[in-house]
Every structure is written in structure tokens, then in C-alpha cells.
Design a protein around this ligand. Structure first.
Ligand code: AMP
Length: 691
């Protein structure tokens, strides 16, 4: 069979296939080794060693690339050797190519297809990087499979009875938890999560610190300053830890700076040192159960997976946590790789038993025949949006985590278009649960091309669709709702500098050109109305994000007056407001309401510096040329001008709504509440990307 399953681990990897009896098996080399260290070493002249050969170089004090899986998809990680830089994808592809070669040597024939497992929490970057690494190693990657799901497949394949289980997967560098339901070959993942910086290595690190402290106390030397000594200690400590899984105490010998010491470490001592790590795993499990709406009593048991669950303390801890003895029957080191082989065989349609001698009566084979797997993703997918008050960027979730994959969800966004403009919308893809953008990861940038201009001043409605495919890899699509036309979506490189995300939104949309026109009719002189109006209007200007607009102030009553040109400097507009406040009773524009200012404002806005045109009207009276005003407003709106109309006193509510762009922008209020009305429209106009 030309397929393999690969458990690409942080510390160790394993390869598997389906043997001639239809049984999933981990491949062992001629020395009987089934696990391959996830290690790569480069000689100064470009020779590359991988696997055990690379790890062996540690004992010669050589620098060996280890734990690079932790940096998969990290753009800023690189490992430098012999003057060359290697990304985690480069290193993984070297390791995968080693694993492919090893499988071919053991099986005696070429291998071209593989299912590769990844931690359930792996994000889009990490998954696509893994696929890329596989491709570069000459493998056709049939699927990317979540590690705990793979382990559960191995567990479930041998069992006819159903149940709800928690997979507790503590590996070398990662901790994964998955809750799933198994029912007669049907495997449904309910929830998943974990911590990608918690694993066996952290137990090792605690032991290293402990021994280094002792060595320092005894010799005065800090072994952590001695690269070679530390490399030896790292190897010795992992050995010591493993020994402590079988016995109550073990001895470690440490050498540095010509000094040599021997220390005995007891299992109890080790367990005390590292207890906090188990506490950490428990709180992760609690969170995941909570998210799934389950309690410990709802589980039939926990399945231990990953090399680190060989530590007796883990077994005891999980037994205590669940109130039940952990489930057995799978090999913690091999379950993941075996699950990958089973899925690879399903994918290549060489269902178990097809070539086996077990025959159709073998219950295991029948179960394998009918095994169906449904998985979920541990990250929500969202987009960068502007908060409803326009003050910051937020994460707006589109696909919630723990939804069965493959899955697609859609969200409609408004996007202001320009006549004859390029109308390109940028969408940033996020992964994370919090609305706070700094707690999420921006994982992609997409350009939506071909948005058609719409006259609706609210903008075009764009529907973004996000999908997770069965591998948990993300894709993005777009559609313009007005035309029903699919948009071309282009994935582009993420900006190097995303620090603007953490600042107040400024340039999310074109700067606004604002005309603020104020009723100066006689009634405005009554009871400080003009004072209140101008104060509120000043507040409005102050609430517009700095640098996002230019503004001009106009007056009207029986006639219309243009007091200033569009200015970016808000102080000029404010000064005009104060002039209006002072001079209203001098009747510069008359006393009545005969003027319809919209036509003039429209004309002015068409010459404005930006095409994001806004007209704000404040009035306290009933206009005599209402119909003309409504017609003028319709024409202005058709040209993309957004109109807000705030009225008080004897203004006409219905009329305000008619001339404004939508009901939320036609506000009737009292003179004392003008500030609140202005705040509402300031917010409305400052919001870039609306849900
Ligand atoms: P994995 O990533 O699942 O291969 O797990 C590797 C981790 O398991 C490494 O940190 C190993 O040190 C650890 N490990 C393997 N065997 C044992 C053992 N017998 N006792 C304690 N830890 C172990």
C-alpha cells in the first residue's frame, strides 16, 4: 500500500500503515525502533541528518533543531545553521522526507500518500504549513487529522459499544483535549481545545531547573551557562523522567566545568515539582467541558494519549479528576499514528480487510468499514470590524468554534462604494474567541474585487463566507448581495505592521466631507435654543475621529448662507458655530423657514474633497418648502450623500425621517437632548465596517 499515517510529533514522530492482515500497525525499523525523534541537524558543509541520527548529535554538543513543531506557521521563527535560515516548515519537510524514506525502506516499496496528524488547536497557518511541508517532502497529503481524533479512532475501532469520552493527550510539547461521542463506528467530536505550550518538555524543564539549582549549590557553577553541559543534562533529564515512570527513584549524573555530581531524584519529589502542570491541564479540561455544556459525570471515561501520559502521576490525576479509572486498550505512543493509517486507508478506499485474511466476519473490519468521523475546530473564525461606537477595532466572529467541519458561515457587511471607483474591500481573517482584537490572531488578508457601485448611501452589502474544510483549512468567498454576483477573492500577504489594529480606527474608510447646516430662524433665539444647538453641534464635531473628516458650517432660515469652506481643522467650524450663536438675532439669513438648504448643500458636497459625503441638518421649525426639500434630499441621496436630520421645537418628525438617509438618522428630540442626538449620528458616521 502506498499510503502511510504520520504522527508528526513535537518530540517524536511515528509512521504507520495497514498490514497485510488489515490491521493498523506502527512501522518499526530493523532495530525495533518505532518512534523517530523529531530532530534535524545540519553540518557546516550542508550535510543534513534527521531523526535519531540528528538527535545523537546532541551528545557531541552539536546544535540540533528540536521542538520546531511549536513554531509551525510562525513567520518570525527561523533556525540558522551553516549560514542558512530554515523555517519550521522547512525543518518539518526535511523530517517528513526522512519519515517517507524510512517507510519506503521498511515496506520495500515507494510511498506517495499520507495522512498527517496535527494538534487540534492548530490554526490555519499551521495546517497549511503542514500540508506544504508534506508536499515538499514528495507526499500527497490525503488529509490533516486532529491528533486526539486520530487516537479516538484507534480506540473506537475496536469497540462496538458507544460512549462519551475525553481524550487527554499530553505529548512532548503540546496538550490537547477532545470530547467525543462514539457510537458503533460513528465518531462525533463535540468539543476540542488545549494548550500548545504545555507538554513533556515542561516537565523536563522543571527537572532541569531543579538539578541545576542543586549543582549550583554544590559546585558554584551555573550549568545553564554551559551549552554542552546543558545539552547533556537535557538528554539525561528526559531519561530520568522516563525512569521515574517505572520506579520510585532514579539517579542522574551531571557534568560541567570539570565538576561531576550525582543526584538521586525520587518520584515523589518529581511529582511535587511538577504538580502545577497537572493543575493546568485540569483547568483546560474544565473549560472545554463547560463549553460543551457537560460535567465530569457525563463522561464514560478518559482516554490517555501521548508519551507524557506514561507518568503514573498523570494516570492518578486523571482518575481523580474523572472519578473513573482511565480507559485503556490503546498504546499512548502509537494511537495517533494508528488512527492516521486508518483514515489514510479510508481515504484511499482500501478499507480495512479488503486485502486482509481476517475476512468479512472480523468485527473489527466491519467496524472499520463503517467508521464515520465528524470533527470540530478549536478556533472561532472572524473578521476585523470597527466597534459599534467607532472607537476601536474588534474581532467579529463568523464561524463559532466547535462547529462540525466542514462548515461554512456567512456574514453581511456594508461597504461604501464610489461611482467609477475601484471598490476594493479588504477583509482580515481572525482566529480567536474574544471580541478584543489583541487576544486574537490575524491569520489572513483577503481582497474582494469587483464590487459594483450602488447608489444606496448606506453602501453595498457584501456577504463574506468563511469555510473550514475537512482538514480545518480555511477558505474565504464573497458575494455582492445587490447583484447576486460572486466576487473575486484574492489572498494577499499580511501587512508586516498590524499595530494600527490596536489604535483607534481612523482610516478604515475615506475621510468624510461634512456639511453642517443650522437653522437660524427667529425661534432659535428663544430660550437659549441656539446656544444649546451650537454646543451640541460642537460636541458632534469633537466626537468625529480626528483626521477622519473635513467640515463646513452653513446657516439657513429664509435664505441660505455658506460661512466657511471645507476645513480639516475643526477649530474653524467651531468658531463659525460660535459666530452663529452670537449673531442669530441679527437675522443674517432672515427669520422664517422659507429656505430649503438641501439643494445648496448637495451642490457643495459634490465639490467636496472626498466622496464620503455627509449632510447634517439641524432645525427647530416647520419648513414651508417641504416637498421641494424632500425632492432635493432624494436627489442628494441618489448621489451617495448621507443625510442626518435632527429636529426639535416645532420641527416635523415625519419630515425629518423623509429627508434623512434612514430612520436612525432622522431624530426628533428636545433642545436639552440635542447632544445625545448628535452623539448618535457621530457614532453612526464613524463606524467603518458595520455588521
Ligand atoms: P509524544 O509527543 O506523544 O511522542 O510524547 C513525547 C513525550 O512523552 C516526551 O516529552 C517524552 O519525554 C515523554 N515520555 C515518553 N515516554 C515517557 C515515559 N515513560 N515517562 C514519562 N514521559 C515519557
Amino acid at each position: 500500500m502506498d499510503f502511510i499515517g504520520i504522527d508528526l510529533g513535537t518530540t517524536y514522530s511515528a509512521i504507520s500503515t495497514i498490514d497485510q492482515y488489515g490491521k493498523p500497525v506502527v512501522l518499526a525499523d530493523s532495530y525495533g525502533d518505532r518512534l523517530v525523534p523529531s530532530a534535524v541537524w545540519f553540518s557546516p558543509d550542508g550535510e543534513v541528518k534527521t531523526g535519531a541520527d540528528a538527535k545523537d548529535m546532541l551528545q557531541f554538543g552539536e546544535d540540533v533543531a528540536l521542538f520546531f513543531k511549536r513554531y509551525m506557521g510562525h513567520a518570525d521563527y527561523s533556525y540558522t545553521a551553516a549560514g542558512k535560515e530554515y523555517s519550521a516548515t522547512d525543518l518539518s519537510s526535511l523530517l517528513l522526507s526522512h519519515l517517507k524514506g524510512r517507510a519506503e525502506a521498511i515496506l520495500g516499496h515507494p510511498v506517495s500518500k499520507a495522512v498527517i496528524t496535527v494538534p487540534a488547536y492548530f490554526n490555519d497557518f499551521q495546517r497549511t504549513s503542514t500540508i506544504e511541508a508534506g508536499r515538499r517532502a514528495g507526499l500527497d497529503v490525503l488529509a490533516i487529522l486532529n491528533e486526539p481524533t486520530a487516537a479516538a479512532i484507534t480506540y473506537g475501532i475496536n469497540r462496538r459499544e458507544g460512549g462519551r469520552i475525553l481524550v487527554y493527550d499530553l505529548g512532548g510539547g503540546t496538550f490537547d483535549v477532545t470530547v467525543l461521542q462514539i457510537d458503533h463506528g460513528e465518531l462525533k467530536v463535540i468539543a476540542t481545545g488545549g494548550d500548545h505550550e504545555l507538554g513533556g518538555k515542561d516537565f523536563d524543564d522543571m527537572l532541569i531547573k531543579h538539578i541545576a539549582r542543586k549543582f549550583m549549590a554544590d559546585t558554584g557553577y551555573d550549568i545553564e551557562d554551559d551549552m554542552e553541559g546543558l545539552a547533556d543534562l537535557t538528554l539525561a533529564v528526559e531519561n530520568l523522567k522516563k525512569q521515574l515512570s517505572d520506579r520510585n527513584s532514579a539517579v542522574i549524573s551531571v557534568r560541567s566545568n570539570g565538576e561531576r555530581q550525582k543526584y538521586t531524584v525520587t518520584r515523589a519529589e518529581f511529582e511535587e515539582l511538577t504538580k502545577t502542570l497537572l493543575h493546568a491541564t485540569q483547568s483546560i479540561c474544565n473549560n472545554i467541558l463547560k463549553e460543551a455544556g457537560l460535567g465530569w459525570q457525563d463522561l464514560d471515561g478518559a482516554l490517555l494519549v501521548g508519551g507524557s501520559t506514561r507518568m503514573p502521576m498523570v494516570y492518578e490525576w486523571v482518575a481523580g479528576m474523572t472519578g473513573k479509572r482511565p480507559l485503556t486498550g490503546v498504546n499512548a505512543d502509537e494511537a495517533v499514528a494508528l488512527g492516521a493509517a486508518i483514515v489514510a486507508s479510508m481515504k484511499t478506499r482500501r478499507i480495512l480487510g479488503a486485502v486482509g485474511s481476517g475476512g468479512p466476519e472480523d468485527p473489527r473490519l466491519q467496524l472499520a468499514d463503517s467508521v464515520t468521523v465528524s470533527d470540530v475546530m478549536s478556533h472561532s473564525l472572524g473578521t476585523v470590524a470597527v466597534s459599534s461606537d467607532g472607537t476601536k477595532y474588534v474581532n467579529s466572529i463568523i464561524i463559532r468554534k466547535n462547529k462540525e467541519i466542514p462548515v461554512t458561515d456567512r456574514r453581511q457587511l456594508k461597504f461604501r462604494t464610489r461611482q467609477g471607483g475601484k471598490n476594493l474591500q479588504t477583509v482580515y481573517l481572525t482566529q480567536g474567541e474574544s471580541p478584543d482584537i489583541d487576544k486574537c490572531l490575524v491569520v489572513g488578508k483577503y481582497l474582494f474585487h469587483g464590487i459594483e457601485h450602488v447608489k444606496n448611501p448606506e453602501g453595498a452589502v457584501i456577504e463574506i463566507g468563511y469555510s473550514y474544510d475537512a482538514n480545518g483549512v480555511v477558505s474565504v468567498e464573497g458575494l455582492q448581495v445587490e447583484s447576486g454576483k460572486k466576487l473575486t477573492v484574492e489572498k494577499v500577504a499580511l501587512d508586516d505592521d498590524l499595530s494600527w489594529l490596536y489604535e483607534a480606527p481612523r482610516n478604515t474608510f475615506e475621510p468624510m466631507s461634512v456639511v453642517l447646516t443650522i437653522d437660524e430662524s427667529g425661534s432659535m433665539c428663544w430660550r437659549d435654543a441656539i446656544k444649546k444647538a451650537c454646543k451640541a453641534a460642537e460636541g458632534f464635531i469633537e466626537q468625529l475621529p480626528e483626521g477622519s473628516f473635513s467640515i463646513t458650517v452653513q446657516g439657513f432660515a429664509d435664505s441660505y448662507k455658506n460661512y466657511c469652506t471645507f476645513e480639516k481643522d475643526a477649530s474653524k467650524a467651531k468658531r463659525e458655530l460660535r459666530n452663529i450663536e452670537k449673531d442669530t438675532n441679527t437675522a443674517r439669513v432672515g427669520y422664517g423657514n422659507a429656505c430649503e438648504p438641501i439643494r445648496e448643500c448637495h451642490r457643495l458636497l459634490m465639490e467636496a474633497p472626498s466622496e464620503n459625503r455627509i449632510l447634517v441638518i439641524l432645525t427647530d421649525g416647520e419648513w414651508s418648502r417641504k416637498n421641494q426639500a424632500i425632492e432635493a434630499a432624494d436627489r442628494a441621496k441618489a448621489d451617495g450623500i448621507r443625510i442626518a436630520a435632527i429636529g426639535f421645537g416645532s420641527a416635523d418628525k415625519k419630515f425629518l425621517r423623509k429627508i434623512s438617509s434612514d430612520d436612525s438618522l432622522g431624530i426628533f428630540t428636545s433642545a436639552d437632548n440635542l447632544s445625545a442626538a448628535f452623539s448618535t449620528i457621530a457614532r453612526e458616521f464613524s463606524t467603518g465596517l458595520k455588521r
